[in-house]
Design a protein around this ligand. Structure first.
Ligand SMILES: CC(C)(COP(=O)(O)OP(=O)(O)OC[C@H]1O[C@@H](n2cnc3c(N)ncnc32)[C@H](O)[C@@H]1OP(=O)(O)O)[C@@H](O)C(=O)NCCC(=O)NCCS
Length: 441
């Protein structure tokens, strides 16, 4: 681990020095103005935090340290025999800020294998929950149980210099990422496969081993997991899971507590739960229409019905993106390569033809195009993973890469407690009448 930790520290020290001088010279520059509507409407478009790992462009989609998803598919190392990027490579890129060599990626695979042991009390905590418990709840309970292992919590309790906070946060992040596939696979096998657990395979990469422990032997499924873990890892800093992890981490809660908090946000239907909603909606549509592969015309009228019932079309729309999500496109390419004739996957593509014109015709929807969740479920179902309640757990394992790389940066750059100002509507009323001011503590 030494090499990557040293490289990270070197980069972090250089950036900390640069940020100090940026703030000294330009700290009072105004970067935007806030309208009253924005504070009532989810702070959209309000620049409020710094996240180094990725940046979302409304048109081009996500860029990780400047690289788009198509670029990453070309430039990141792949597993032997596979064609999708290894998530280890993306993590290295987000953490260190440079593309990794093959050796760097293999090193990271080996480190995560070494650190992947999950203590028994974590499995016991999962087992204490009723089997019907949602897999995301089981997952977060397991992460909380694992918090006993936090180096940061122990070091902080023993007393430490704040300059050193980043060090145990880095170790905790590595341990946690290494252990998550085992925990997630355990929950999957417990809930859906009669508790018939599969031991890790120490010869496989992080995502390949995850696929193995889930119980899928098809090599294309391993490659799908590599792609899935790569494209779901990060989406800049303001989304609910990333922002929550960052916020809770700013209280110096350790990485286990911070990540668990973020994942409770991921479990919401407007965020990570949307992928299960998409597949549920498509299954329901197929049942209601009585066909395995409904036509574009049939889907169009079904979507109109969904909207008239006051429901959202899951998998469509985005708070920031204004085009087809490149993560959707990456999955569509995978589908075209590995399962072009699958009726469910074809239905996803027909939905892609049918939905945007309907959403555009309503007028109020800012983005009628599909997001990442519109596609992922159909690929998983193709390989037999039909338990859609579990999909958000896959998302959560992947999201750890981005939010924990960011947490390492937060502590290495010494970011303070996050504490924005809030107001009451009573104060807003007075402010409108000129009787009160809104700014200031
Ligand atoms: C992602 C999402 C929460 C973004 O919300 P947002 O930033 O408020 O989106 P918009 O500004 O375009 O919303 C404007 C209006 O269009 C509606 N809208 C947005 N996407 C919609 C969709 N897919 N289906 C139906 N209505 C939608 C909103 O509910 C809102 O309606 P309202 O004014 O009556 O409240 C929203 O598009 C959505 O709910 N999508 C479906 C769920 C989903 O796919 N989530 C995963 C996100 S990665």
């Amino acid at each position: 681990m030494g090499i990557i930790k040293d490289r990270f520290k070197e980069k972090a020290d250089a950036l900390a020095t640069e940020i100090k001088s940026i703030l000294q010279e330009h700290g009072n520059k105004v970067i935007g103005e806030v309208q009253l509507s924005q504070i009532y409407q989810g702070m959209r478009g309000m620049t409020g935090l710094v996240t180094e790992t990725s940046l979302l462009d409304a048109q081009d989609g996500i860029r990780f340290r400047g690289y788009s998803i198509p670029e990453l598919k070309e430039k990141l190392p792949t597993a032997e025999g596979g064609s999708e990027p290894l998530p280890e490579g993306l993590f290295y890129l987000m953490l260190v800020g440079e593309l990794p060599s093959n050796n760097d990626v293999h090193h990271l695979t080996a480190v995560w294998q070494r650190r992947s042991h999950v203590p028994n009390h974590v499995f016991a905590s999962i087992e204490a929950l009723p089997i019907v418990t949602h897999p995301m709840t089981q997952f977060v309970v397991a992460v909380m149980a694992l918090q006993t292992e936090s180096h940061f919590a122990k070091s902080y309790a023993a007393g430490m210099n704040k300059k050193d906070y980043w060090n145990p946060v880095f170790d905790d992040s590595m341990d946690l990422i290494a252990r998550l596939p085992r925990i997630a696979a355990y929950i999957y096998r417990r809930k859906y496969k009669n508790g018939d657990h599969i031991q890790p395979n120490g010869l496989l990469d992080w995502a390949g081993n995850f696929a193995h422990m889930l119980g899928y032997t098809d090599e294309n499924f391993q490659d799908l997991m590599r792609l899935y873990m790569t494209i779901h890892a990060d989406h800049e800093g303001g989304n609910v899971s990333a922002h929550t992890t960052h916020l809770v981490g700013s209280a110096l809660s350790d990485p286990y507590l911070s990540y668990a908090a973020g994942m409770n946000g991921l479990a919401g239907p407007l965020h990570g739960l949307a992928n299960q909603e998409v597949i549920k909606w498509i299954f329901q549509m197929r049942e209601d229409l009585g066909t395995e592969c409904p036509s574009i015309e049939q889907i169009t009228s079904y979507v109109q019905q969904t909207l008239s019932e006051g429901k959202v079309v899951p998998g469509y729309g985005h708070a920031v993106l204004r085009k087809t999500d490149p993560r959707f496109t990456a999955q569509m390419e995978f589908g075209k390569k590995c399962m072009p004739d699958d009726p469910l996957v074809k239905t996803v593509w027909n939905v892609y033809e049918a939905v945007p014109p309907v959403l555009k015709s309503i007028g109020k929807i800012k983005n009628p195009w599909p997001n990442v969740d519109a596609h992922s479920g159909a690929l998983l179902v193709h390989y037999g993973m039909v338990e859609y309640e579990f999909y958000t757990v896959l998302f959560a394992v992947s999201r750890a890469l981005g939010v924990l790389a960011s947490l390492c940066w937060d502590r290495a750059l010494g970011y303070p407690l996050e504490r924005p100002k809030s107001v009451t509507t009573e104060q807003v009323r007075k402010w409108i009448k000129g009787e009160d001011e809104i700014w200031g503590e």
